[in-house]
Design a protein around this ligand. Structure first.
Ligand code: ARG
Length: 472
């Protein structure tokens, strides 16, 4: 007979299909480290409450640490009755330390246990994602540094709009990924509330001091993940908001990666030719020998679909569950693990692909046209006292004339300009300079090379400060 935690009340064993349907060990074994961290702290809390002796506590902790090692070294042997990570660890503990193992679950339920495990896991995962985002930001900063003065067309509606610098484009994504990093930090703070001690749903009656438990629950890395205790036991066991938040953050990061990928896919096409991805992050065609496809970017764009899907999956699972714990909540794990795995690898690929891409400034410059300076022309009229709305209309007429004559704006004769505004002279032609145009966009946050260089320096400083802080 396999070891089952709850067999006593049952006359007949669970059906094979039901067992397969119910069992989660095949995927929740990933919680092993978190589960053992929680159990070690729980054993100590039981000892502090005099529910077990110090010797019994030591025996349990030693046994748990052996199991921790078995998982870490990938030699944990599962048994047929291992329903989930919690039962598997308890079964193995019994084998290792004997009947005292049966005392570990005193006053604890798998409901507060799994809620604790999930929080520990998510706290760690959020940090890993933050590091992945930092690496991607560094790659973007590297490109921004190289290309602070590289001119390219900026688009709205995917129509050429105004000249910008490629460095400025890079920094736009650095901003997005910074907001993602901050969102993860916020979500992480909310995760640090301890459910353990909430029991099955109503609290525990055995005198376990939850505040002391939170203060001494320490990870194998010596960190103290919990800063507070969950204040309501029903909510403590039923809450999976923190998983949903993390899945939202993953979906948002995925969306940002997808937008960046879409830009780079366009830019790497022959029609644009602005950039070329490294061979390592591209693939070929089995039929057309000439093809070099931006598959890394297409997959980043495509995988954002499952990241959004995983968030919707969990929200849908949660929305109909009555208080407190329901087995539906077990469905939080696979979407979470899938999003984390997808994104951790995706971020690595994205960082490396950005780091190794080669920009082609000459192709970017070739895509600039005079019409993109129409706003500069209007701004010049504004400087000469013409109300902007009027200036806009007049430059619009010049653009129309140029199109009709099949010439560019700078090829229009001076008379055409003077017809618009009498005191315009030859100096107007000096406006047809893309470098001048971007240099003038020197408002805070503008595309002017000096602003881009400043921003890169500020980001570098910020990242260095953070690296130093994380090492202290
Ligand atoms: N495997 C379960 C989960 O992931 C653990 C909690 C089981 N609790 C219960 N009352 N059956 O949610």
């Amino acid at each position: 007979m396999s070891h089952q935690l709850w067999g006593g009340r049952f006359a007949t064993p669970t059906a094979a299909d039901m067992r397969q349907f119910n069992d989660s060990f095949r995927f929740d074994r990933r919680l092993a480290e978190a589960d053992i961290t929680g159990s070690v702290a729980w054993a100590q809390a039981l000892a502090a409450a005099h529910l077990i002796t110090d010797t019994e506590c030591d025996t349990l902790v030693q046994g748990l640490n052996l199991i921790r090692l078995e998982f870490a070294e990938d030699r944990f042997q599962s048994a047929p009755g291992d329903e989930d990570i919690h039962t598997a660890v308890e079964r193995r503990l019994l084998e290792l330390v004997g009947p005292v193992a049966g005392k570990l679950h005193t006053g604890r339920s798998r409901n507060d246990q799994v809620a604790t495990d999930m929080r520990l896991f998510c706290i760690d995962a959020a940090q890993t994602l933050q590091a992945g985002l930092s690496h991607l930001q560094q790659a973007l900063l590297h490109q921004a540094e190289q290309h602070a003065t590289t001119l390219m067309p900026g688009y709205t509606h995917l129509q050429r709009a105004q000249p910008i610098t490629f460095g400025h484009w890079c920094l736009a994504y650095v901003e997005m990924f910074e907001r993602d990093r901050q969102r993860l930090a916020d979500a992480r703070d909310r995760m640090r509330s301890l459910p353990l001690g909430a029991g099955a749903l109503a609290g525990n009656s055995l005198g376990v001091d939850r505040t002391a438990l939170a203060a001494q629950l320490v990870t194998a890395q010596g960190e103290l993940p919990f800063t507070t205790v969950a204040a309501n036991s029903l909510d403590a066991v039923a809450d999976r908001d923190f998983v949903a938040e993390l899945l939202f953050d993953c979906a948002m990061i995925g969306m940002h990666l997808s937008r960046m990928a879409e830009d780079l896919i366009l830019y790497s096409s022959a029609e644009y030719g602005f950039i070329e991805l490294a061979d390592e992050y591209s693939t070929g065609s089995s039929l057309m020998p000439q093809k070099k496809n931006p598959d890394s970017m297409e997959l980043l764009r495509g995988k954002s679909g499952r990241l959004i899907g995983n968030l919707v999956t969990l929200l849908t699972v949660l929305k109909g569950t009555p208080l407190a714990y329901n087995k539906d909540l077990q469905e939080d794990k696979e979407p979470l693990f899938d999003s984390l795995d997808t994104l951790q690898l995706g971020l690595r690929v994205a960082a490396a692909a950005v780091m190794t891409l080669v920009a082609h400034p000459e192709r970017m410059a070739a895509a600039l046209d005079d019409a993109m300076l129409a706003t500069d022309l209007a701004d010049e009229l504004v400087r000469r006292g013409v109300p902007f709305r009027e200036a806009h209309g007049k430059v619009g007429q010049l653009v129309r004339q140029a199109i009709a004559q099949g010439v560019s704006l700078r090829q229009l004769p001076l008379e055409a300009y003077q017809a618009v505004h009498t005191d315009l002279d030859q100096s107007i032609y000096a406006l047809f300079d893309f470098t001048r145009s971007v240099m003038h966009k020197n408002s805070l946050g503008g595309t002017a090379p000096e602003r881009v260089a400043e921003q890169v320096a500020a980001w570098r400083q910020r990242q260095n400060a953070e690296t130093i802080r994380s090492k202290v």
